[in-house]
Write a protein that binds this ligand. Sequence first.
Ligand code: AMP
Length: 282
Amino acid sequence: MQIIKNILPMQEAAAKAKRKGKTIGFVPTMGALHEGHASLLKQCRKDNDISVLSIFVNPKQFGPQEDFANYPREEKKDCLLAKKEKVDIIFYPSMKAMYAEGYLTYIDVESLNSKLCGQFRPGHFKGVATIVGKLLNIVSPDILYLGQKDAQQCVVLQKMITDLNWPVKVKVMPTVREPDGLAMSSRNKYLTVQERLQAPILYKALLQAKKAVTQGERDATKIRYLIETLIRENSASHIDYVECVDSNTLLPLKTLSGKVLIAIAVKFGQARLIDNIVLNIS
Ligand code: AMP
């Protein structure tokens, strides 16, 4: 396993692989790796000749009051997990390498950037699109691997790739969960013991919503109310949003039909957790 810290050597390694006719799979992350990241790396290994993992805590996607400074950084542990998943290259750039002094250029996926989490994290998706755009130019992958846990991120990045004609395919992998249903996340580390015990209510509430839909409920207001009530009654948390939206446009639905994304964001103390399910409703 190679660890590359600068941009030029990474671009050269990618170009060399391409010249030899090898395919490159790419998993961008912010580190503090867990089994969710591992599932992306496993699929990447399976599909491609060369598997590249990037680790970069991107300051541009954190708001001024957010957790950039405290975001977990676990270089040694991450390397062990990467080795186990047979990663060929870890791209581990410095802040200076990614954002040289006087940096000015951004990618903003309009309209999609302000839905769901965008209402609560202004500028977040601009930061995400910009860093992933830069990484695509550096790593030149054939396939980009993303996790369904960050559903809006998947929609925003797919749109960016389509609109800007990047020759890269996107594969979205299912959300990996703890045995009690909590979606794995680097931010779960912020939960206190009490909050950790309450946090599985997010997925339980989503499953209850799915059950209600299976039993015929199509009214988005009722589904949202069901989820919000379950979360409120079973945790001391703050709900940012519970929304039922079209899974491609992220536009809110009154009546559930087609491919529906039910997405939630809830704060437990220091931890802002997100989760979602996608339902195909005829
Ligand atoms: P992050 O390091 O949190 O920015 O995540 C890097 C990638 O891993 C993103 O594509 C995430 O959607 C994905 N990911 C994070 N957590 C999970 C999970 N529990 N299951 C599947 N993918 C995940």
